[in-house]
Design a protein around this ligand. Structure first.
Ligand code: 13P
Ligand code: SF4
Length: 301
């Protein structure tokens, strides 16, 4: 029996749903029940009636699924699947920042630990950050964390003054505007689409055709009819884009844009996770209750 067949059999046996992020390796995406961005997968986690959720993604995503489903078993197939961006702020650091700005509301990107979410008023993802910030009263003081590039992008788009935490994603921050200039020379006329975590997305906003979440990129791929598109994000997304639109060539802005955390999970890990019900993700009840308020505001919006 192939690993894929074993996983399908075990999913039924365990009554499990398998969620996979767009950056997972192609083989894991192919065997998943749902593939998508952080917002889409949070919604799928919130609405599932299956007792077991296997999250092929990173730790903060599995924690989010657990916060939204306290009575379900949530599994992360490899505990090394963390997130460099989420690690850039701790709950203690956030408490100190809040104390310096009494009266400010905290808008946290979903790429944060459960402890940080519990100290936050609103959670957003790359799909809804502009909408979340725009909905706040115009004179409201805002602390936005942890991604500096996403924050800068939202600040420019909304015209809102926000205090930004100086965190970044080790994979996206490295992408520079000069790489876009180079790609445009080699592929004249090809649109450049970029994730808002990219170093190139805010510094060279005018040189990027569209700034999109990973699912925004997938929708772009489905609709475009141009021969070549330059994609500035983690390379794992190219599999889905190319599969949905084989007539267009999707090229990475940077071939080295590989998230080591997302790549910790392979098919054998997913199989073992289902077979041995490991690794169970738990969030202490008081933290989960506080984080859930901020997350539910986002899911409902
Ligand atoms: P998306 O929500 O756009 O999928 O982004 C998640 C992420 O971790 C990007 O690095
Ligand atoms: Fe975290 Fe960056 Fe990896 Fe996304 S690509 S999971 S932000 S380290």
């Amino acid at each position: 029996m192939s690993l894929e067949e074993e996983i399908r059999r075990l999913k039924e046996e365990r009554q499990a749903v398998l969620l996979a992020h767009n950056y997972q390796i192609p083989e894991v995406q192919e065997v998943a029940d749902y593939v998508g961005d952080s917002l889409y997968l949070s919604r799928k986690a919130a609405e599932t009636d299956r007792p077991v959720i296997v999250f092929a993604g990173v730790q903060f995503m599995a924690e989010t699924a657990k916060i939204l489903n306290p009575t379900k078993t949530v599994l992360l197939p490899d505990l090394r699947a963390g997130c460099g961006l989420a690690d850039s702020i701790t709950a203690d650091q956030l408490r100190t920042w809040k104390a310096d700005h009494p009266g400010a509301v905290v808008v946290s990107y979903i790429n944060t630990s459960a402890d940080v979410k519990a100290e936050s008023d609103y959670i957003c993802t790359s799909s809804n950050a502009i909408k979340t910030v725009s909905a706040l009263p115009p004179d409201q003081e805002i602390l936005f964390l942890p991604d500096l590039f996403l924050g800068d992008y939202v600040r420019r788009k909304t015209g809102r003054k926000m205090h930004l935490w100086a965190g970044d994603c080790p994979v996206h921050a490295k992408m520079r505007p000069e790489e876009i200039d180079q790609a445009r020379l080699v592929h004249p006329g090809a649109p450049v689409i970029a994730h808002p975590e990219c170093g190139c997305a805010s510094a060279a906003l005018s040189s990027v055709d569209q700034v999109l979440s990973t699912d925004g990129m997938v929708r772009f791929a489905e609709e475009t009819r141009v021969p070549t598109v330059i994609v500035a994000t983690e390379v794992g997304i190219l599999h889905r884009m190319q599969k949905l639109n084989p007539s267009t060539e999707f090229l990475p802005l940077s071939r080295g844009a590989i998230c080591p955390y997302m790549k910790e999970i392979d098919l054998a890990d997913v199989r073992d996770s289902l077979a041995q019900l490991r690794y169970v993700i738990d969030v202490p009840a008081p933290i989960a209750a506080k984080a859930r308020r901020a997350l539910e505001r986002m899911i409902a919006a």
